[in-house]
Write a protein that binds this ligand. Structure first.
Ligand SMILES: [Zn+2]
Length: 327
């Protein structure tokens, strides 16, 4: 690996977290998934999948010591079992009601812009960056950047600006995050709530997975300067949003589970031993067929390097939508 790229320096809040995070790391060197650090689910989490928290995206290096982003094998098993149970329930319901599953979905989006004050450094990003972000999402999920077309489109319903210094930066797993989300979240399971702000721990973002019971924590948190035209060098084309919403629609990282087992639960994403950063050429970390899926939105590469979902991921997202989020 080359020298550490000149990344944004941000305060490390040192928060223990159960979320999966997309860290802004510099290089994969020395990044050891600290699974044990977050395999201990918070007490009371047994009734719900342990990962009701999120998946995140991170820059290389920074924050890797407590990378909250990967699921343990146990968490994956719990999620898989829950999905199967939810699908059975829905199938029974449909058999009675004669309903059909959805093939295309337009997701209503509410964006909460968290600000410390009225300055750009304090989180006051322009509306134009938000509308650009929605365009990036629509392109990505339609296959317009080269990947599979998914069922999903996004419609911006509202921009909600909130000035509250105690919520800025947004600290992953904090009581302030809970307070923020319980105060601001709107809509049902099918409404996507996006929270924008400066983030703790060098994170680019994090998201919750779908759950049968709607939680006030449900939603996606994204670094404000990762939106198109933002200042997060190499991560400012809007693909953090694309990635986090992938988690919100039940996608795992392409490196989930490493080379063994069921990996990310998607058959057409080649297995990958660990996250890929920057934009490596010819990376092939598992003996199974296929180069590492470094251009997939669910890896950790630069925005300029990731541009696709696979048909298998599109299918997994639609299945999850019909199991969890459809009305
Ligand atoms: Zn992630």
């Amino acid at each position: 690996m080359g020298p550490r790229p000149n990344l944004l320096t941000r305060r490390v809040a040192g928060v223990a977290s159960t979320t999966l995070a997309l860290l802004l790391s510099t290089a994969a060197v020395g990044v050891v998934p600290a699974a044990s650090a977050f395999s201990a689910a918070p007490s009371g989490a047994c009734a719900e999948p342990a990962d009701s928290h999120a998946n995140a995206r991170v820059k290389p290096g920074a924050g890797a010591k407590h990378e909250p982003n990967e699921l343990t094998a146990k968490q994956v098993r719990e999620r898989d079992a829950d999905l199967a149970a939810s699908l059975r329930e829905r199938a029974n319901f449909r058999a009675g009601a004669g309903a059909t599953t959805l093939a295309t979905v337009t997701i209503p989006v509410v964006v909460h812009v968290i600000q410390r004050d009225s300055t750009r450094a304090g989180g006051n990003i322009p509306d134009s960056m938000i509308t650009s972000q929605i365009s990036v999402l629509n392109q990505a999920y339609a296959g317009g950047t080269g990947g599979a077309a998914t069922a999903f489109a996004f419609r911006l319903d509202k921009i909600n600006r909130v000035t509250n210094p105690s919520w800025y930066p947004i600290v992953d797993g904090s009581s302030a995050e809970r307070s923020m989300k319980s105060s601001l979240r709107v809509g049902g399971k099918s409404t996507l709530n996006i929270y924008l702000g400066e983030l703790s721990d060098d994170l680019l973002g994090w998201a919750t997975f779908p759950q049968r019971k709607l939680s006030s924590m449900d939603g996606v948190v994204v670094l404000n300067e990762s939106l198109p035209g933002g200042s997060a060098t190499n991560y400012n084309q809007g693909d953090t949003g694309t990635h986090e919403i992938g988690h919100w629609l039940n996608l795992y990282h392409t490196f989930q589970g490493g080379c063994g087992g069921s990996g990310d639960g998607v058959s057409d994403t080649p297995a990958e031993a660990s996250p890929a950063y920057q934009c490596p050429t010819g990376r092939d970390t598992c003996s199974a067929t296929g180069l590492d899926p470094i251009t997939n939105f669910m890896d950790y590469t630069y925005d300029s390097c990731m541009y696709q979902f696979t048909p298998g991921q599109a299918s997994r997202m639609l299945t999850a939508w019909n199991a969890y989020r459809a009305a």
